[in-house]
Design a protein around this ligand. Structure first.
Ligand code: ZN
Length: 132
C-alpha cells in the first residue's frame, strides 16, 4: 500500500519490576490498529506473566472521572494518558507518571489535578535562593 500508515492512538507499555516493586525496565510499543494491539496484548500476557502491561493514550487526554465510588488513592495523581490514578516519581527535577512517563509540567496533567495546579502556583511564588 502506498503512503504512510497512521499509528494507532493507543500504545502498550510493558513494565518490569524487581521484588521490591521498583520499576527496573519499561518499553513502549506502538501499533497500527486496535486489532493489532489487542492480539499482541493477549499474546504478551500469556508469554510474559511477570510483565505488567498497560494501555496508554498517545493522542488526546482522558478527563478525570470524578467517580465518588473510586476514591483517589493516597499519593497518586490522575494520569489522563493512562486513564488511571498513578504514582508520579521524581526524575531529574520532574515528577513523572511511573507508567507513561508524562511529567507534571504537562498541560492536561495539571488541568485534571487541581491540587497539583494549586501547589505549582505556590511553588512559583516561593523566593528563589538568589532572592534570599
Ligand atoms: Zn501515565
Amino acid at each position: 500500500m502506498a503512503g504512510q500508515q497512521i499509528v494507532h492512538a493507543e500504545a502498550l507499555v510493558f513494565i518490569l519490576r524487581n521484588a521490591k516493586g521498583k520499576i527496573v525496565d519499561r518499553s513502549l510499543q506502538r501499533f497500527y490498529s486496535e486489532e493489532e494491539l489487542t492480539t499482541f496484548w493477549r499474546a504478551a500476557e500469556k508469554a510474559l506473566p511477570n510483565v505488567e502491561v498497560h494501555k496508554i493514550l498517545l493522542r488526546g487526554a482522558h478527563e478525570h472521572p470524578r467517580d465518588e465510588s473510586k476514591p483517589q488513592p493516597r499519593g497518586t495523581l490522575w494520569c489522563p494518558y493512562c486513564t488511571s490514578y498513578r504514582k508520579f516519581i521524581e526524575d531529574e527535577g520532574y515528577k513523572r507518571c511511573e507508567i507513561c512517563q508524562m511529567s507534571t509540567m504537562d498541560f492536561y496533567i495539571v488541568k485534571f489535578n487541581p491540587d497539583l495546579a494549586a501547589q505549582q502556583k505556590i511553588d512559583r511564588y516561593k523566593p528563589s535562593k538568589r532572592e534570599k
